[in-house]
Design a protein around this ligand. Structure first.
Ligand SMILES: [Zn+2]
Length: 826
């Protein structure tokens, strides 16, 4: 990277929503500490037609060259220059349909198809809208002005400071200069936006297409709450006068934290009373809180390189739960965090095909199905581990020091350690290095020798391979005596092997008390596991511990260490389990086993699963009750689908009865309507298909459309599965094509068809947004490839020799396939 430092960009844009084009002029003020004779900028898919350099106070034409492959525009200076250099570049670009750069988003208003133009720049697509130094470390201020067509509204990071009428009824809209920030956080949009507002010291608004703003009220309220929480927790005021939450129809990711102008998929911001489920409402809160955390972690303090992207995403993930828990403690969102973030990242990170949270190299980091579970979920879980280690107050104080010290600038991992270590006076740097800079995580094996516990650590992976890696593991052990008492022993396991005296009179011991540590545990002493099982049955553990015990055991099944039957026997201890966290985890482990196994083994899983799920329904009922616990409402939905897959006639009869009512136009409770639709499709015929097609066309909310798209992936009959696959490619909007395909990847009737379908449709699938294409591979290969391993492997060997696409996701999907295949043949 060069030493050139941009100071300010002045960006003038004239978007044409009829022709999907824009013309632009960008003026850049650059500081050159040493003499240079040319300026390299990033530019992609821009037709540059003029470059000028300011010499003696006037802009003069200057030669330039474009290298499309390097995504570079090079401006040649008339003479070598140093100090302040000013450039002016004129160009035109396309308002593209790639959901990246400056792109168009389609929507229907009053029965008419319309478009808005919006931006999405992370990680490196700002260069599609204006020539720039497109790297997070090159922070500058931005002055944006946009000429908007008649009746259109423009939004950018700052508030509008001036509107000037120009020819043809258009308006030149000028925005307040931004704070010093990175290019990937810039935002601008033009369309028929309407707003609802919450005035205050900071104006908070929700922006939607016409007719939708009333559904923004819930998000607006929670946006304000998140803002208040963040300002108080970080002890730094939000620096802009306004904050917009903007719903965008066509959106590739979930949301984007542009400073002062956060964008969302519609279903992650808009709340439809009586349509949005409790899970959907919670997700809205979580995503708003996540993006709000970024206004500090990312926007105010930015990673000095993409390899430190975890400094953004791990914190946003962590506070995505933390803020929601603060306002809705009764939702138990940390339980969902353990299942959804910690559980899924332990899964992801058990593959050899993984990488450290701080990504080595890091020049081309992309957030996708391979990287997100590490940077977001594992990173967030490690922060929870650190907080457990240094304590809540030190954690908060350390973050305040870190943010204050690096505001409006960039930081790398060690800056965070320095802050936490300074505040807590604990050896954070050494400990965190082992978690952030090396791939994978450990398993702690524990054995009892007389009055002592012997703890050893090694890397945990599903497939065998030698590793000498070690971690600094904060370990907490709960020790039970024979008289109903217990104590917790804490230590830092910083060697391969540690011995702990526990004294006589020990009935049992549970390692990773409270499950704050990011590691697996294996008990070599069989009697101890049996004792822990008895205590699970007697409700002698927290729900976190009940979750961890069985989940670690299932990981050993996948590793091939213990037979599946041992897991199935152990979970009989959970026959009275009532809590969301252990139940959702057992349910997903059983469903994985159900999809992987065949014959009598699959039948045993189905029988255990059916017993468990039917018993849970006896407790909680099929239909949601008004006063029931939030997390039980969330648990019910997936269990309805699981129960029918396991052959539960009662649950099936209930769901089909509900589905008939739905088709007859009756309202179904929003917390079960998705699974009711799924079972309707599972049992459905051509008429059902037509009904879904009509419903998708007439639905007014993205939340409902997501439910329908999920159900489309659940048909049980072969011809309808094939019909769905065609329908997805031709009739479903690009942003949502991956949804039914992902569901079909875990539909027992579709799994045998999916590999061939993928192989025969690679070309249209490659046209998906890269992140969506990768999700398709990750959803299909690990299960549909079982029994066809050689063909699948051969196909991708050829594929990867020819193409750069999806390499990381292909490798991890092949590894998962190998693990599943081994489990089936065990
Ligand atoms: Zn994020």
């Amino acid at each position: 990277m060069n030493d050139l430092q941009p100071l300010n960009y002045k960006i003038h844009l004239e978007p044409d929503l009829q022709r999907f084009q824009f013309s632009g002029t960008t003026e850049i003020v650059i500081d050159a500490p040493e003499k240079v004779d040319e300026i390299p900028l990033n530019a992609l898919d821009l037709a540059v037609w003029g470059c000028q350099v300011k010499v003696d106070g006037t802009f003069r034409d200057s030669p330039f060259s474009v290298d499309a492959k390097k995504e570079e525009l090079r401006v040649y200076l008339p003479d070598p220059m140093t100090g302040k250099i000013e450039l002016k570049i004129d160009y035109v670009g396309e308002i593209n349909n790639k959901m990246a750069g400056f792109y168009r988003s389609k929507y229907v208003a009053r029965g008419k198809e319309k478009y808005m133009a919006v931006t999405q720049f992370e990680e490196s697509d700002a260069r599609r809208a204006f020539p720039c130094f497109d790297h997070p470390v090159k922070k500058a201020t931005f002055d944006v002005e946009i000429v908007a067509g008649r009746g259109l509204v423009a939004i950018s990071n700052g508030p509008v400071i001036k509107e000037t009428p120009v020819e043809d009824g258009r308006t030149l809209i000028t925005f307040q200069q931004t704070p010093k920030m990175s290019t990937y956080l810039l935002f601008f949009a033009v369309g028929e936006f309407t707003f609802i507002e919450d005035p205050g010291e900071v104006l908070v608004r929700v922006a939607t297409i016409p007719g939708m703003k009333k559904y923004g009220r819930f998000g607006l309220k929670f946006g304000r709450k998140s803002l208040e929480f963040s300002e108080a927790y970080y002890d730094i005021k939000y620096p802009l006068p306004k904050l917009d939450l903007i719903a965008i129809a066509d959106f590739a990711a979930g949301a984007m934290e542009n400073w002062g102008a956060i964008t969302f998929r519609e279903n992650l911001l808009l709340h439809f009373p009586a349509v949005t489920s409790k899970a959907g409402r919670e997700r809205i809160c979580e995503v708003i809180a996540h993006e709000m955390a970024h206004q500090w972690f990312g926007n105010l303090v930015t990673p000095s390189d993409w390899k430190y992207l975890w400094l953004n995403e791990s914190f946003a993930t962590y506070f995505g739960s933390g803020v929601v828990d603060h306002y809705y403690p009764e939702w138990d969102v940390w339980d969902q965090f353990l299942h959804g973030q910690t559980g899924s990242s332990l899964e992801r990170d058990s593959l050899w095909e993984t990488f450290p949270i701080e990504i080595p190299g890091g020049e081309h980091v992309v957030i996708n199905a391979s990287t997100a579970p590490i940077i977001y979920s594992k990173g967030g879980s490690i922060l929870r581990q650190v907080e457990g280690y240094v304590g809540h107050d030190n954690f908060k104080e350390g973050l305040r020091v870190y943010l204050k010290k690096h505001e409006y600038a960039c930081a790398s991992s060690h800056h965070l350690w320095d802050a936490l270590e300074g505040v807590s006076e604990k050896p954070i740097s050494k400990m965190m290095k082992s978690w952030i800079e090396q791939p994978g995580f450990p398993i702690v094996e524990v054995n009892r020798e007389e009055d002592r516990l012997i703890l050893t650590q090694k890397r945990f992976t599903y497939l065998p391979r030698d590793s000498e890696q070690e971690w600094q593991i904060p370990v907490a052990i709960k020790i039970f005596d024979n008289h109903g008492g217990s104590k917790v022993v804490k230590t830092l396991l910083d060697l391969k092997r540690t011995v702990i005296d526990i004294g006589p009179d020990v009935a049992g011991y549970k390692v990773n008390e409270g499950q704050t540590g990011f590691y697996r545990v294996k008990y070599k002493e069989k009697g101890n596991l049996e004792e822990l099982g008895r205590r699970v049955a007697d409700n002698g553990f927290s729900r976190e511990d009940r979750w961890g015990l069985q989940n670690d055991l299932y990981a050993l099944v996948k590793k091939g260490d213990i037979p599946l039957d041992e897991y199935l026997d152990f979970i009989s201890s959970y026959s009275n389990e009532k809590a969301f966290l252990p139940l959702i985890s057992i349910a997903s482990n059983l469903f994985h086993a159900f999809l992987v196994m065949e014959g009598s083994k699959r039948e045993r899983v189905a029988s255990v699963g059916r017993g468990l799920v039917e018993r849970v329904f006896e407790d909680i009922g099929y239909e949601p009750r008004p006063d029931e616990k939030h997390s039980l409402s969330i648990l019910r939905e997936p269990l309805i689908w699981d129960a029918v897959m396991y052959g539960s006639e009662n649950v099936k009869a209930f769901a089909l009865d509900q589905f008939s009512s739905l088709v007859a136009g009756k309202k179904i409770h929003p917390d079960i309507v998705k699974s009711v639709m799924q079972i309707g499709a599972w049992n459905g015929d051509d008429e059902t298909f037509e009904w879904f097609d009509r419903s998708l066309g007439s639905s007014g909310s993205e939340h409902e459309r997501m439910n329908i798209l999920t159900a489309l992936g659940c048909f049980g009959k072969r011809d309808l599965i094939e019909k769905t696959l065609n329908y997805v490619l031709t009739n479903v909007p690009d942003r949502n094509k991956f949804i039914p395909i992902g569901i079909l990847g875990a539909n027992p009737q579709a799994i045998p068809l999916m590999w061939e379908w993928y192989r025969d449709h690679v070309e249209p699938l490659e046209q998906f947004h890269p992140v969506h294409y990768e999700r398709v591979i990750a959803a299909i290969v690990p299960l549909s490839g079982i029994g066809k391993e050689e063909e699948v492997r051969g196909f991708f060997d050829d594929y990867m020799q020819q193409k750069e696409k999806a390499r990381g996701v292909i490798k991890l999907s092949l590894e998962k396939l190998e693990i599943n295949s081994r489990m089936r043949s065990s």
